[in-house]
Design a protein around this ligand. Structure first.
Ligand code: NAD
Length: 485
């Protein structure tokens, strides 16, 4: 099956922080892949803008190296690379000063294309960039801004950030990126729910026993220890990525797949979230193993109370979900790098098979990584003679197998989302009120830990997390899916 490439109009994209880690690993290689796929018309231009002093030629060298390292299969196409680099330019700039701004304005003003400014810099600079763009006449209707996470560290900072952007840009010009929403399987969540007759009638507390959302990493804090220790799993992962997954799995069907409708429904889910009781949360910190120091050693604070793991039971108080718990967990140094959403349906209310011991459930599992795909556990007869004993088997669909080679590397989350910015489609970006609502729910949980002096439990690196997380589900007569399958 060959994937269809939808053409986009010509654009100017300015990457503030164009020499940073994110630009090098994701944004620039992603743009090159879109170029190779025919989604970057010849008049388009990409302008790197960062603090490093270099000229266009030096920047093109930098980008060529980034693509060689992170570009994937297409990186070896020298002809295409040379053509792509022709469309690149660079301006040294200081977000807080005046240097570079006139030059940047000269480069992009007066061109008739869509203009996007990617804020791939520390969030402390977002307000400065918005203000400078306005000052230099670059905040008109043709401009869009793309802002990276973290979007605030609590409600107050998120509100301040929203206000500083809103001073110069309308909400329909602001694209808050959560790269989870750009993942193929995450978008498939909506296709599975709203494109099939099979699931939606059962998608409620009458038929669903519970839902699990797991985002597990095998890496530790690495060199980001100092930054991470001020954040923790709740701020770094739950408030944004897990919350977005929860919204997509729990929201009502929007009237149309368009930005306003989808974001309205997601917001309603966040507003219906119950406060989380302290005994419905387990926090953890990983211990050392052969490869990495312990969490506390990694962040260089033997008394750190920041969590590298969090698991929680969350309730949604609305007609669809009251009574169905959502169990969320995420952590570092776990058994496998695995992200998965699992919908566990209820047991049959009556079995007609005398020989069977019961306990069967349909389980729909949506894997985001690795090996993106969907598995549906169904109950069938155990083969052979000797009565009607039932067994549970998976109907397994790996997207890679089912869809075959879709013509090269599939677009990754960042490239998809950047193309959505160019097209002006905000469906997969977070609206300001969504982000604030998520913080409004998160803040009391984090403040509660601080007030109580809560200390995370230790857990073995390479495990499924602290034992207390398993106990929390066992109290409800349930168990987590194994992280490593
Ligand atoms: P980085 O530190 O590697 O790069 C920062 C960039 O900002 C550099 O290009 C630097 O020149 C530029 N810069 C710094 N101060 C400046 C100033 N005063 N004026 C103009 N430019 C300035 O950071 P990064 O890892 O690339 O992260 C960028 C943003 O993306 C951050 O908001 C980060 O939270 C977010 N993010 C990064 C990743 C990632 O994987 N690296 C993942 C998710 C989100």
């Amino acid at each position: 099956m060959v994937s269809r490439v939808i053409p986009v109009e010509a654009f100017d994209l300015v990457i503030f922080g164009g020499t940073g880690d994110l630009a090098r690993r994701k944004i620039l290689p992603g743009l090159f892949r879109r170029f190779c796929a025919g989604q970057m018309p010849a008049e388009s231009r990409i302008v790197g803008a960062a603090r490093s002093q270099m000229d266009g030629a030096k920047y093109r060298e930098f980008v060529a190296e980034a693509i060689a390292e992170f570009g994937g299969k297409v990186a070896s196409d020298a002809e295409k690379l040379a053509a792509f680099l022709q469309q690149l330019d660079y301006v040294p700039i200081d977000a807080r000063g005046v240097g570079g701004w006139e030059e940047l304005a000269d480069k992009v003003k007066g061109r008739k294309f869509v203009r996007a400014f990617y804020f791939s810099v520390a969030p402390g600079l977002f307000g400065d960039l918005a203000e400078r763009l306005h000052h230099y006449g670059l905040s008109d209707k043709a401009s869009r801004i793309v802002v990276e996470k973290p979007f605030g560290r609590d409600l107050a900072t998120a509100q301040t950030l929203n206000a500083s952007l809103a001073e110069h840009f309308n909400e329909d010009q602001i694209y808050r990126i959560d790269h989870y929403l750009g993942k193929e399987t995450v978008q498939n969540l909506m296709a599975v729910r709203f494109g099939n007759m099979l699931f939606e009638p059962l998608w409620n507390s009458q038929y669903v026993d519970h839902i699990q959302i797991t985002v597990a990493e095998t890496v530790g804090v690495g060199t980001r220890g100092e930054y991470y220790d001020k954040s923790g799993a709740m701020r770094d992962m739950v408030q944004n990525h897990l919350m977005q997954l929860l919204c997509l799995i729990a929201m009502e069907p929007p009237a149309k797949f368009e930005p306003g409708a989808v974001r309205d429904e997601k917001l309603k889910v966040i507003r219906a979230l119950d406060p989380v009781e302290p005994h419905h949360i387990v926090r953890g910190q990983y211990l050392s193993d052969d490869e990495d120091p312990s969490y506390r050693e990694g962040v260089n604070d033997p008394r750190s109370k920041t969590e590298s793991y969090v698991a929680m039971k969350v309730g949604i108080s609305n007609w669809r979900w009251a009574g169905t718990p959502f169990y969320l967990r995420t952590g570092k140094k776990l058994a496998e790098r695995a992200s998965e959403i699992t919908v566990v349906f209820k047991e049959l209310n009556h079995s007609i098979f005398d020989d069977d011991e019961g306990g069967h459930r349909n389980v729909l599992s949506i894997r985001l990584q690795p090996n993106e795909g969907i598995t549906l556990g169904v109950t069938i007869k155990e083969p052979g003679p000797g009565g009607m004993r039932l067994i549970d088997v998976p109907l397994d669909m790996s997207f890679a197998e089912a869809l075959g080679d879709a013509g090269g590397d599939p677009p990754d989350a960042y490239e998809r989302l950047i193309m959505d910015v160019i097209r002006g489609n905000q469906t997969l970006f977070m609206r300001g009120d969504e982000v604030e609502a998520a913080w409004e729910w998160t803040d009391p949980i984090i403040n509660g830990w601080t007030e109580r002096g809560d200390v995370p439990k230790s857990y073995e690196s390479g495990s499924d997390g602290p034992g207390d997380a398993a106990t929390m589900l066992a109290r409800d007569g349930r168990s987590w899916r194994a992280i490593k399958t």
